[in-house]
Design a binder for this molecule. Structure first.
Ligand code: ADP
Length: 265
């Protein structure tokens, strides 16, 4: 709490007085500390692959110079680390773009079912590699809403990628799309998209923080799967920009259901 006292003399002759201002700084301080944490996280996330790259360059110049097998292996690792940095920078750019647009609700007409089908095509190889079949349950006709097609595609892509990454191998992932005539939270007609996996699930302890930037249940596992820790933060901001809601239902050991609610008015 900041208190400032400004003495003044009443010009209309009422005598001396003072203005005392009480300013609640907790919100300000909180946002400053969130920003500091964010910068520290980004620096750390970039330094890790960079340090690895520099180390491998050194090894390639020295010990591995005349060993083609080792050279190939190290180049493979370097490629993976560079790829990780590119994904991180791309996600950071997406996040800052969405954040800067959050006040403006997108106006274009978007067909959600077509958009989800396109996402399925994009991630077909990834699903095959994970040994997961994706089952799309959607109405035959188009579902039109007001939205930003690129951003809604990113929502579907991030949530389907997570279902593939953290779902159980050999168990299908279901995407279910449907209309809700009157959604109680959005207080009106809505469209609901569910991403259901039968994977490890998320402990209730982690659920409230899961959409925070860089929050991961298991950092090692996320990194191993190529995650940046920003996917759900991006999803949340995009859904907010569309005046929708992201709901997460999850049971450890059984699986998760990520539910995107979007207004359909
Ligand atoms: P990441 O790049 O780590 O996947 P996200 O922001 O997409 O970042 O997700 C944050 C964390 O939430 C993940 O690291 C993981 O621990 C957890 N998570 C996300 N989706 C799922 C899911 N479908 N099942 C279990 N855990 C999940």
């Amino acid at each position: 709490l900041a208190v400032t006292i400004n003495p003044f003399t009443d010009p209309s002759g009422g005598g001396p007085g003072a203005i005392i201002a009480f300013e609640d700084q907790t919100a300000l301080e909180q946002s400053a500390s969130i920003r500091r944490d964010f910068v520290a996280n980004v620096s750390h996330e970039l330094r890790t692959p960079l340090t690895a790259l520099v180390g491998f360059i050194d090894t390639l110049r020295g010990a591995a110079r005349d060993d083609p097998a080792a050279r190939d292996r190290f180049l493979g690792i370097m490629e993976r680390e560079a790829g990780r940095m590119i994904r991180l920078v791309n996600d950071l750019l997406s996040l800052s773009r969405v954040e800067s647009e959050e006040r403006r609700r997108p106006e274009a007409r978007v067909d959600l079912v077509a958009l989800i089908r396109a996402t399925l095509v994009t991630l077909r190889d990834q699903a095959r590699a994970a040994g997961v079949a994706v089952d799309l349950q959607a109405p035959d006709d188009a579902i039109q809403i007001r939205g930003d097609a690129d951003q809604l595609t990113q929502v579907c892509q991030n949530l389907l990628e997570n279902a593939l990454k953290y779902g159980a191998a050999g168990q299908a992932v279901t995407i279910r799309v449907g209309r809700i005539e009157r959604e109680p939270v959005l207080r009106g007609p809505a469209v609901q998209i569910e991403f259901i996996d039968k994977g490890e699930g998320i402990d209730a302890l982690h659920l409230p923080r899961i959409t925070e930037r860089f929050y991961r249940v298991d950092t090692h596992r996320s990194r191993e799967k190529g995650g940046t820790g920003l996917g759900l933060a991006i999803v949340k901001h995009i859904v907010n920009r569309h005046r929708g809601r992201l709901k997460i239902e999850s049971e450890p050991g059984k699986g998760s259901n990520f539910i995107v609610l979007l207004p359909a008015d």
